[in-house]
Ligand binder design. Structure first.
Ligand SMILES: [Zn+2]
Length: 171
């Protein structure tokens, strides 16, 4: 088993840059595993044991930097880079957290138009102040390829994963 545990640490720090870049590293690790196993006799499962309070929202235009402030197209759908503003007239990022160290008091929340939100140390805004952002409870994805992977489909209870792996071992 390989755990890409630093994705979790990035989220706990309220830092999307590190969570996302470590997700890319997980993708590279899976690619390496795929090159080094025989899928006729190996089952590879990629999943998570929980989610985080991480959100992607605000209708940014296609191509908007994922770590950037939300820029929206004009009413005709043209990509004009118009910065979207909240009810207080301030810009905001596509990514945010429901809780964590990125909390800023609502009325004191800074306008982000000239803030370097793409900087690796930037912490995305959070609604509830906590020293460490928390896990959350929605469903997580599960992907599988190789021997026995046909048993991974639809919505599964987490305990079923054990039986899927046991089944694969019996091939
Ligand atoms: Zn954690």
């Amino acid at each position: 088993m390989v755990e890409a545990g630093r994705i979790d640490h990035g989220h706990h720090a309220g830092n999307a840059y590190r969570a996302l870049t470590d997700t890319i590293e997980l993708s590279k690790a899976v690619r390496t595993a795929l090159k080094n196993v025989d899928l006729e006799e190996t089952l590879i499962i990629v999943t998570a044991d929980h989610s985080h309070t991480f959100n992607m929202a605000g209708y940014p235009q296609r191509g908007n930097p994922i770590l950037g402030v939300v820029k929206v197209p004009d009413s005709a759908g043209n990509f004009v880079g118009h910065i979207s503003k909240d009810a207080q007239g301030k810009s905001y990022t596509t990514l945010s957290y429901a809780n964590g160290p990125g909390y800023v008091n609502g009325d004191l929340r800074p306008d982000l138009t000239h803030v370097d939100t793409i900087n690796p140390d930037y912490r995305q805004a959070a609604i509830v102040p906590l020293k460490s952002e928390t896990h959350s409870g929605e469903d997580v994805a599960i992907y599988a390829i190789g021997a026995g992977s046909q048993t991974v489909h639809g919505t599964l209870e987490q305990n079923v994963i054990y039986h899927i792996m046991k089944y694969a071992l019996e091939f």
